[in-house]
Design a protein around this ligand. Structure first.
Ligand code: WTA
Length: 629
């Protein structure tokens, strides 16, 4: 827990007034006025927005709220894929570019809305021909390429529930998710490309589904057309070739499930966050449009990966719902050189650029000369997501990338929230260090454990006081876990982030309140890493903490107790790291392993990570009364 006194260190005084230019391109005028009126009538606000999209049957009620269960657009029928494609064709966007794909070698592929519609429609027919129906799960283990978007949209078109697993996860992490979602099909590619290397996905997927009878099909995008597929395996583009018919969009209830996305929590087992159709559609549509001042001809680039929520909401669904041109990049930010992203901005005249603070800090280290080599004048709005953006990175982003003319839209949200909930709009006064203010109709506060508001500029738990359309509806197969979000601080949704609020209502996010790390913007549960560590035969016990890291935000440090008789060594450290890599994936490998005789525990046997952290960082230890010895 961050102590109040630490806050003074974080307090930032600098304020940036909005630019006139931003006011001109904004989709709403004064935030405070609209926010106030949105609280007067929440349902009217969402009713109006939802009507901008296409519904096969209108809803009877905007919201049905049975704490903690919400239903949005009750009785409404729609299809999100229809809204991403057919609706845009009807609006005359057939020849507009929907997706620009670029990779590290600067190979490109462009798909118009017409082409995307055809590919998605035919792939949807193919899925149906394989017996995949509404409600069936389909797991995607795909590179960040248009094929991933095609597969997601095709699932949505026929009502199958997609579950995308980040292609950086290992066999065991993939298998764990597959075992939870029980998909009828898994879709993968032969490889993904990063730093000039081909990372094999097919072998991982094959291994992950071994012996799982419910996985009836493995669909493989054979990128180099050189694979011999096995029995039960089908090639992605062959399926599209064989199925000429464009599948009609299934009529979906607003509350029918759209996707499951696994995310880390306090326990070792990731949670399958479930999002449904109507509310998620309306929420991602409007936040993409309003929060970035999106204009018709914009080239929009979100540098996330489809394997994470940011990729779902702000590479695929949000931009396509708006008929925007969305850029997808496959590869590392600094390969073949740290100028690659800025070359892409210059070449494609990118207008809206949305990335993570960890990437900004990485570029800061390489220096200004890389971005300075390129013409970044097309940029109009810069976004930030994934962790608090430290004022230093904010200033650099603003000055070096934005040329002091682009607003920085910091966006706080989560896998669970589906859409931005707290942000600084382009035409709003910005306070570097603060995420901003709540989205319309949403009330947020900073409270103590009992739900009482803490005074301004004091640390407490961030809470969301009322439901919003794109909120998660449940945790797949674990309704109790869903209820827990609303029970930590009864009456409110608790994201388990620490925050503080200033006198003007600006929210500063201080990091997680639970045992979840944020490493380079990736959510990693300490318990997940710990169970991966103890999977090593020489490890008896392990505890994991996060340490501040200049670039990644946090780095992983593991304290390991070895089995009796085992001696620490360099080889052992490597072999333990290898186990974590194999069990979870490269993003979860500890940067540091320290061997200890025992771990500090409470009387009830819980590891006191707080104590380890305090000791490591030289902080005050706090209350030790429950410590065993
Ligand atoms: C953190 C990513 C500060 C936060 C969209 C949250 C942030 C967790 C910000 C969710 C931000 C995300 N400022 N912290 N702008 N955005 N976070 O589910 O701790 O991968 O709870 O969703 O990231 O991570 P998730």
């Amino acid at each position: 827990m961050v102590e109040d006194k630490d806050l003074n260190l974080l307090k930032v005084e600098k304020v940036y007034e909005p630019k006139e230019e931003c006011k001109k391109t904004a989709h709403f005028q004064d935030y405070e006025t609209l926010y106030k009126s949105s609280l007067q009538n929440r349902e009217a606000f969402w009713d109006k927005i939802a009507k901008e999209l296409c519904w096969f049957k209108p809803w009877e009620k905007v919201l049905e709220w049975n704490y903690p269960y919400a239903k949005w657009f009750v009785g409404g029928k729609t299809n999100i894929c229809y809204n991403c494609l057919d609706r845009n064709l009807e609006r005359g966007l057939r020849n507009k570019v929907a997706i620009i794909y670029v990779n590290e070698d600067e190979e490109e592929k462009k798909l118009t809305y017409g082409e995307l519609n055809e590919l998605v429609g035919r792939f949807a027919s193919a899925l149906k021909s394989l017996g995949i129906k509404k409600g069936d799960r389909v797991v995607l283990y795909m590179p960040n390429t248009p094929e991933a978007a095609i597969a997601m949209l095709a699932c949505a078109r026929i009502g199958a529930i997609h579950s995308v697993v980040f292609a950086g996860f290992s066999t065991e992490a993939l298998r764990m998710r597959i075992e939870d979602a029980k998909p009828k099909a898994v879709i993968t590619a032969t490889y993904t490309k990063r730093r000039g290397k081909k990372i094999d996905l097919l072998s991982t997927a094959r291994e992950a589904i071994k012996g799982l009878d419910y996985v009836e099909h493995l669909i493989v995008w054979d990128r180099d057309k050189n694979q011999t597929l096995r029995e039960g395996e089908k090639e992605f583009y062959n399926l599209i070739k064989e199925n000429k018919e464009i599948s009609p969009a299934e009529e979906m209830d607003a509350e029918d499930p759209l996707f499951i996305l696994y995310t880390s929590g306090t326990t070792g087992k990731p949670k399958g966050v479930l999002h449904t159709t109507g509310g998620y559609m309306v929420g991602t549509y409007i936040t993409t449009k309003w929060d970035f001042n999106l204009q018709d001809d914009d080239i929009y680039w979100c540098t996330a990966d489809v394997g994470w929520i940011t990729g779902h909401s702000y590479i695929v669904y949000g931009p396509l719902l708006n008929g925007a041109t969305t850029l997808m990049y496959e590869g590392a930010p600094n390969y073949p050189d740290p100028g690659i992203w800025w070359r892409i901005v210059e070449k494609y005249r990118v207008n809206i650029f949305y990335t993570a603070p960890t990437a900004i800090r990485l570029f800061m280290r390489y220096g200004e000369e890389y971005p300075k080599k390129y013409d970044l004048s097309s940029l109009r709005v810069l976004g930030s997501v994934g962790e608090p953006i430290n004022p230093e990175a904010w200033e650099w982003y603003y000055r070096v990338i934005g040329g002091q003319k682009c607003p920085i839209v910091d966006t706080w949200w989560q896998t669970e929230t589906g859409m931005h909930l707290i942000l600084t709009w382009p035409h709003m006064k910005a306070k570097p260090g603060y995420a901003g203010k709540p989205f319309f109709t949403v009330e947020v506060d900073v409270v103590d454990k009992n739900g009482n508001p803490v005074p301004p500029n004091h640390v407490g738990y961030l809470v969301i006081k009322n439901p919003w359309p794109a909120m998660l509806r449940t945790v797949w197969g674990n309704p109790e876990r869903y209820e827990k979000y609303w029970n930590i601080i009864p009456g409110y949704y608790c994201p388990e982030d620490l925050a503080s609020k200033d006198e003007e209502g600006y929210i500063m996010i201080l990091g997680r309140a639970d045992d979840v790390l944020n490493v380079a913007g990736h959510r990693i549960g300490t318990a997940e890493v710990e169970s991966a560590l103890v999977a090593h035969p020489d490890v008896a016990e392990a505890a994991v903490i996060g340490k501040p890291d200049e670039i990644k935000g946090q780095r992983i440090k593991a304290f390991v107790v070895l089995r009796v008789g085992v001696q620490p060594s360099q080889e052992l450290t490597e072999s333990i790291k290898q186990t974590v890599r194999k069990t979870l994936g490269p993003i979860a490998v500890p940067d540091e392993i320290e061997y200890v005789e025992k771990l500090p525990k409470t009387r009830s046997g819980k590891i006191m990570r707080r104590l380890l952290r305090a000791k490591e960082l030289g902080l005050q230890v706090g209350d030790l009364s429950t410590l065993e010895d």
